[in-house]
Design a protein around this ligand. Structure first.
Ligand SMILES: [Zn+2]
Length: 256
């Protein structure tokens, strides 16, 4: 059976000189494992150019030995990212995290749109810092993947906003200052500034197309990035390699 899908490549594994296994994120079929090998319409050029974070239209054949790529057309390769190592590795991290958090979901149209939108912003929009795009992407992906934190109000007294609000990174909910007095284990609780709470609510409750339309001052951005990265790391078993590399780049940039 032949079928067509538009998809982003999340992972690739080379097998022999002329074969690759790809994990691709589609809108309706979740993540598919497909085999790409040099033959007919898959020329050497096409074969070697297919890469992680690229968006393609695949013509697939579902046969006895799995799904094989019959032919493929580029839609958007985000080639410009290759000239900026920090952005390039961040786009790879977005793909790795999409794979880790979405591997069991079937309806992935929102995740696909978020991934494309975020990589597009990295590629096209200079005004957004990498850390900003990273955190917005992470928080929205968490909410699409079944890990939406509860940011409506204090988990215990339902107060929407008191002077000081805190967040439990492990349990994913808000706590006000008064209720915090009754909590024994404060290991995973962090204080939120008003700006950070506003930003987190904005991302969670806005549509995909609007989530990047806000600003954070540098001091709030740092807290915001740390909190969101910690929520991600709490959920996944081990730190993705692409995240480690990204952090190394960030450290080098900060040292210079
Ligand atoms: Zn409370």
């Amino acid at each position: 059976m032949n079928f067509k899908v538009k998809a982003v490549v999340l992972k690739e594994k080379k097998y022999l000189e002329n074969q690759k296994y790809l994990k691709i994120l589609t809108a309706k079929n979740g993540i598919l494992n497909v085999k790409l090998h040099l033959h007919g319409q898959i020329t050497k050029n096409i074969f070697s150019n297919i890469s992680i974070a690229g968006f393609y239209e695949f013509n697939l054949f579902n046969g006895k030995f799995g799904i094989v790529v019959d032919c493929v057309e580029e839609i958007e390769t985000f080639f410009g990212l290759r000239y900026n190592p920090e952005k390039f590795v961040l786009s790879q991290y977005f793909c790795e995290l999409s794979y880790i958090l979405n591997s069991s979901c079937e309806k992935t149209s929102k995740q696909l749109r978020l991934l494309l939108n975020s990589v597009w912003i990295l590629n096209e929009k200079e005004k957004f810092s990498c850390d900003f795009v990273k955190s917005v992407f992470e928080l929205k992906l968490l909410s699409y993947s079944g890990y939406m934190p509860n940011l409506v109000c204090c988990n215990f007294c339902c107060n929407y906003e008191k002077k000081d609000m805190f967040f439990d990174i492990f349990q994913g909910f808000l706590i006000c200052k008064d209720c915090l007095k009754n909590v024994n284990n404060k290991k995973y609780i962090v204080k939120l500034t008003k700006a950070v709470l506003y930003a987190m609510r904005f991302i969670i409750y806005k549509d995909n197309k609007d989530i990047f339309k806000f600003k954070l001052e540098k001091k709030h951005l740092k807290i915001f990035c740390n909190i969101i990265e910690n929520i991600v790391l709490m959920l996944i078993e081990k730190r993705p390699l692409t995240l480690k590399i990204y952090k190394q780049f960030r450290e080098e940039i900060n040292l210079n």
